[in-house]
Design a protein around this ligand. Structure first.
Ligand SMILES: [Zn+2]
Length: 70
């Protein structure tokens, strides 16, 4: 199994959650849950999640759509 790293703090993942093949460690997950909205830190989290999880998902869909047309 490939070693996973937390998408937020980049530490090797020992526990936590996996979203679409990307990991978030327990510490960051808890921080995210307790976090107040509209803070810079929250914006940073959102940016990490968007880059690491949402964008690859969208790209994956594009590839699927292209091969469908072929
Ligand atoms: Zn983390």
């Amino acid at each position: 199994m490939k070693k996973k790293y937390c998408i937020i703090c980049r530490k090797p993942l020992k526990d936590g959650i996996i979203i679409n093949g990307k990991g978030m460690c327990k510490l960051c997950e808890e921080r995210l849950i307790k976090m107040e909205l509209d803070t810079d830190f929250y914006e940073y989290y959102k940016e990490c999640i968007r880059k690491e999880i949402i964008e690859p998902m969208i790209k994956g869909e594009d590839i699927k759509c292209q091969s469908y047309h072929l």
